[in-house]
Design a protein around this ligand. Structure first.
Ligand SMILES: Cc1cc2nc3c(=O)[nH]c(=O)nc-3n(C[C@H](O)[C@H](O)[C@H](O)COP(=O)(O)OP(=O)(O)OC[C@H]3O[C@@H](n4cnc5c(N)ncnc54)[C@H](O)[C@@H]3O)c2cc1C
Length: 465
């Protein structure tokens, strides 16, 4: 079927029963509808089906299966490898499904499968609550949650999946299922880290925690002090109370009002902190940080939690080129720190960066086999990203990222966080799930034996499941 025919066929077959929008290559909104966050990804689907509800989701899955078309599911469209879009197939776009409903008494929030985190943060904040998520508000709830979910609140309240209470799912055969500890527990287990392999989640229900004003912001040091700062950080944070989180970064200071003009475009290392404990304890907690080396900036101050969540949204706008590599890290030996320092000196562009996100504290309270997220004994999720607006620099950012990863991977735990990976092959996916892979493959055999949901970090269904 040609790409034009697919859109035409969808209109004829789905017609009036489809409540959302169908967009084909001939339609005026097509270019915008096919674009994803990472501008390095340039794919042309035959049909984009913007679903208005679960009936549309089931119809779209059925249409793709009937015509043997590849099916990509799009939540927030942020995925680094562009897993929310495909060439020639159908994109099932959830962006119309954005209801957010907070229950302040029960401290829970129900979230539509196409929401972004800034929508959730805004709603929960009104009730003085927050659910652990990522560090950029425009990221989709769907992809981030299904891969794990690492952010500022993880040391205190765990990963996003550790706060998932239930999920409503449209399965590959078009039927609907609720997944929770009580209902379809194996599906519930698989969804908490196994990505989009098992179905389309139309709504998530999360626990939320009393988090309102946080004491947060960056401390920055001259790049030359990277070894000293990293050696301090690797001891300081794991010993700090769980109310404190801080991700380490090497970066170029953006020319933004947030930073003093004399620091603009200077390469630095730093930590972006988030403290949810009592304000009067903060000065003592941060005293050793401020005494370390010669900080260029200690911009830590009380702010509403959503302000922290949106701090980087203006820098990391949609439409930049991104090249990703990642690893899980147990320790930060001096030899690894040497490599981090060397590659920080070679940061190729303004936006390029390396982050170490802490995943100790409450993340370690859950067993390695309790969810598919198997690296529960690691202390950091490392991500190296070459980023630039200009496609002409695609090779430069890719080479820096890959060389950096090659140099630091030997000091890693083996696998990487699925949500920080691009298309890196099946062995890498296996390494990431480790001993949980076979159980995931069996669940895939039960819920999606034909591998309809394969535009993802794919779990191959095990034979005979
Ligand atoms: C700027 C930026 C910052 C980030 N920061 C963090 C961070 O702090 N912490 C963190 O953990 N991750 C972070 N990430 C990574 C992020 O978790 C992944 O990119 C994730 O895949 C994004 O989800 P999405 O829904 O936006 O993506 P999409 O591209 O829409 O989808 C990604 C994958 O999830 C599947 N999917 C999405 N929604 C659903 C659904 N409702 N049902 C079934 N399958 C679905 C898709 O099929 C696809 O395979 C960041 C990414 C970016 C670009």
């Amino acid at each position: 079927m040609s790409t034009t025919n697919a859109a035409q066929a969808a209109r004829e077959e789905l017609g009036a029963k489809f409540a959302g929008e169908l967009v084909g290559p001939e339609d005026p909104g097509y270019e915008q509808a096919r674009a994803v966050y990472n501008a390095m990804i340039d794919r042309r689907p035959a049909l984009i089906a913007r679903c208005a509800g679960t009936a549309d989701v089931a119809e779209t899955i059925s249409f793709a299966r009937r015509h043997d078309l590849l099916l990509a599911v799009r939540g927030g469209g942020h995925n680094g490898g562009g897993l929310g879009v495909c060439d020639d197939g159908v994109v099932l776009d959830l962006s119309l499904m954005q209801a957010v409903e907070v229950d302040p008494g029960a401290r829970t929030v129900r979230v539509g499968g196409g929401c972004t985190w800034n929508q959730v943060d805004a709603a929960t904040h009104e009730a003085g609550l927050a659910t652990p998520s990522g560090i950029v508000g425009t990221t989709g709830v769907g992809g981030l949650t299904l891969g794990g979910g690492i952010g500022h609140l993880s040391r205190k309240h765990g990963l996003t999946i550790d706060n998932l209470i239930e999920a409503d799912v449209v399965l590959a055969d078009g039927t609907q299922a609720r997944a929770s500890a009580e209902e379809n527990p194996e599906l519930f287990w698989a969804l908490r880290g196994g990505g989009g392999n098992f179905g389309v989640v139309s709504s998530f229900s999360f626990r939320a925690h009393p988090v309102s004003t946080v004491i947060a912001g960056p401390t920055l040091w001259p790049l030359e002090q990277t070894p000293e700062v990293m050696r301090f950080y690797r001891e300081f944070l794991p010993a700090a109370p769980r109310e404190l989180s801080g991700f380490f970064a090497t970066m170029t200071v953006p020319p933004a009002d947030l930073f003093p003009a004399e620091l603009h475009l200077r390469k630095v290392c730093g930590v972006v902190w988030c403290y949810t404990g009592p304000e009067d304890a903060a000065a003592e907690l941060f005293a050793p940080v401020q005494a370390l080396g010669t900080p260029l900036l200690h911009g830590v101050a009380p702010m509403p939690f959503p302000a922290l969540q949106g701090l980087f949204d203006g820098l990391y706008v949609p439409g930049l080129q991104w090249y990703w590599r990642a690893d899980f890290v147990r320790e930060l030996p001096d030899a690894a720190i040497e490599q981090h320092t060397a590659f920080a000196e070679k940061l190729p562009t303004l936006h390029s960066t390396m982050h170490l996100y802490p995943i100790d504290g409450a993340v370690h309270d859950i067993g390695a086999a309790d969810t598919p997220f198997s690296y529960r004994d690691c202390n950091w999720a490392e991500v190296i990203v070459g980023i630039d607006p200009d496609h002409a620099n695609a090779g430069v950012i890719r080479d820096w990222t890959v060389d950096y990863w090659d140099a630091t991977h030997p000091y890693s735990a083996g696998g990487a966080y699925v949500n920080f990976m691009m298309d890196e092959g099946h062995e890498r996916v296996r390494a990431t799930y480790g001993e949980n892979y076979d159980r995931l493959a069996a669940a895939k055999g039960t819920y999606d034996p034909a591998n309809v949901f394969r535009v993802n970090q794919n779990i191959e269904p095990s034979a005979g499941a």
